[in-house]
Design a protein around this ligand. Structure first.
Ligand SMILES: Nc1ncnc2c1ncn2[C@@H]1O[C@H](COP(=O)(O)OP(=O)(O)O)[C@@H](O)[C@H]1O
Ligand SMILES: O=C(O)[C@@H](O)C(=O)COP(=O)(O)O
Length: 419
């Protein structure tokens, strides 16, 4: 293993794994901290945690456990993958986890860069943009669990960190890896431990990846990973493999589950419904009242899925989510939806679904855990950041879609492009 990645959610893990596979690294995604040995045919292992919204202490503990397993497996560099929209609560967990990993690696400097230009995420003067809008005006201010109300990443990260946070501006990034290394060194001398680095295009990410050669830890969205395989190949650690994403075809019925309330997912659910495809909406109040919502949804799905793929969704507009959260609390409402979708996923798999598209990071975490999957192999990319994946040891193919990724037709497109 060359690279060991700790990812703070499951869709984020497939996103970074997909980036590595596209650049020719054979990559395995482990669900939770693995027990056994490192697979001998993997250049990179991505440990997928569900730590983004966990209490800080738990997120740190699990991240350190993942790091220890990756270290024991011989990884030469480590990567903490978080969201390209820097999803976190005021308490963390990006800052505390980054600091704990740095300390465990006996290192005193790393970068922070969520930029992913292919998906419209750019960082300029420390401010995160989603397309043409600041993060705080992008829709992410309404996220059910991690509302992002400040686009200034230096301020956001500093509020979560004990260590000093600094900034490397785009003008330096554009000058290339050498200038970046000099900037890192200057910041380090000034006592900065975490440096937010601007990036607005893929070449910036390549420069950043090169400049991180020699740093034990990189912290970033999936973007910086696009430049790493070339660095490892130049060092002679990696022979890029063009077949890294190839595997056998899928069969069985297909379904889509959506627990994401992000803007892109709204458009995808609406597109599906407008096309007249079968869709079942989960009512959170009924769930809270103890109604057998999962069983009803499953009975409905079983009647239809032999003819065509079905969608079960909890996706709702911000005002609807806010009203439910005011009654139940955000955590409880989220947990109820996640448990219901996880139970439905189990029922669908038992009923013969073999291709499952899941929208939402927390949702994907709940579904994959309920399905008892230990490892995912990463396949071809459907949309930037979303690959098809295959559960190891059973005939089940999953596309775990980050809330804000994919075009409106994503659900149908994913099923058309299923292996
Ligand atoms: N109608 C709803 N009301 C309240 N919470 C909801 C509703 N629908 C989904 N949720 C919760 O919102 C959260 C969405 O997070 P996630 O699955 O990570 O999506 P995304 O990838 O868009 O961030 C989940 O915890 C989910 O259970
Ligand atoms: O970096 C990204 O944007 C994604 O990989 C990711 O982590 C998204 O998380 P969710 O929107 O919660 O799925």
């Amino acid at each position: 293993m060359v690279l060991g990645v700790v990812a703070d959610d499951f869709t984020g893990a497939t996103d970074v794994a997909s980036m590595l596979v596209r650049a020719g690294m054979r990559t395995v995604q482990a669900i939770g901290v693995p027990q056994g040995p490192v697979p001998d045919d993997a250049d990179a292992v991505v440990v997928a945690l569900k730590s983004r919204t966990a209490p800080v202490e738990q997120a740190v503990r699990e991240s350190l456990a993942a790091l220890r397993w990756l270290q024991a497996g011989g990884a030469r560099q480590f990567y903490f993958k978080y969201c390209s929209t820097f999803d976190s609560t005021p308490a963390g967990n990006i800052g505390p986890v980054a600091e704990a990993l740095l300390e465990a690696l006996d290192s005193d400097f790393t970068i922070a860069c969520p930029a992913f230009p292919e998906n419209g995420r750019t960082v300029y003067r420390g401010h995160l943009f989603v397309g043409d809008r600041l993060l705080s005006e992008s829709g992410m201010q309404h996220h059910p669990l991690t509302p992002m109300t400040d686009a200034n990443l230096v301020r956001v990260l500093q509020a979560q960190s004990r260590a000093r946070v600094g900034l490397v501006r785009r003008d330096t990034v554009a000058q290339g890896a050498q200038a970046l290394r000099a900037a890192f060194e200057a910041l380090r001398r000034d006592g900065v431990r975490l440096a937010v680095v601007d990036a607005i295009e893929d070449d910036d990410l390549r420069h950043i990846a090169q400049a991180c050669d020699g740093l034990p830890l990189v912290t970033a969205g999936s973007g910086v990973a696009l430049g790493l395989p070339a660095v490892y190949a130049a060092r002679g650690w990696l022979q890029p493999d063009a077949q890294a994403a190839a595997w056998p075809p899928a069969g069985g019925a297909a379904a889509v589950l959506s627990g994401s309330c992000s803007e892109a997912t709204h458009a995808q659910v609406a597109h599906w419904i407008e096309a007249g495809r079968p869709a079942w909406r989960i009512d959170v109040r009924q769930l809270a009242a103890g109604a057998p919502v999962a069983a009803q949804a499953l009975a409905w799905a079983r009647e239809r899925m032999a003819q065509q793929p079905v969608l079960v969704y909890a996706t709702a507009q911000p005002e609807v989510v806010r009203a439910v959260q005011a009654e139940l609390g955000a955590q409880r409402a989220g947990a109820l939806v996640e448990q219901a979708l996880a139970a439905i996923a189990q029922g669908l798999a038992e009923a013969g679904v073999q291709r499952l598209v899941v929208a939402g990071g927390e949702t994907s975490g709940a579904v994959v855990q309920a399905l008892g999957i230990a490892r995912l192999r990463i396949g071809a990319t459907i949309a930037p950041g979303v690959p098809w994946t295959r559960a190891e040891g059973r005939p089940l193919w999953l596309a775990l879609k980050s809330g804000n990724f994919g075009a409106p037709a994503f659900f149908s497109q994913a099923l058309q492009e299923a292996p």
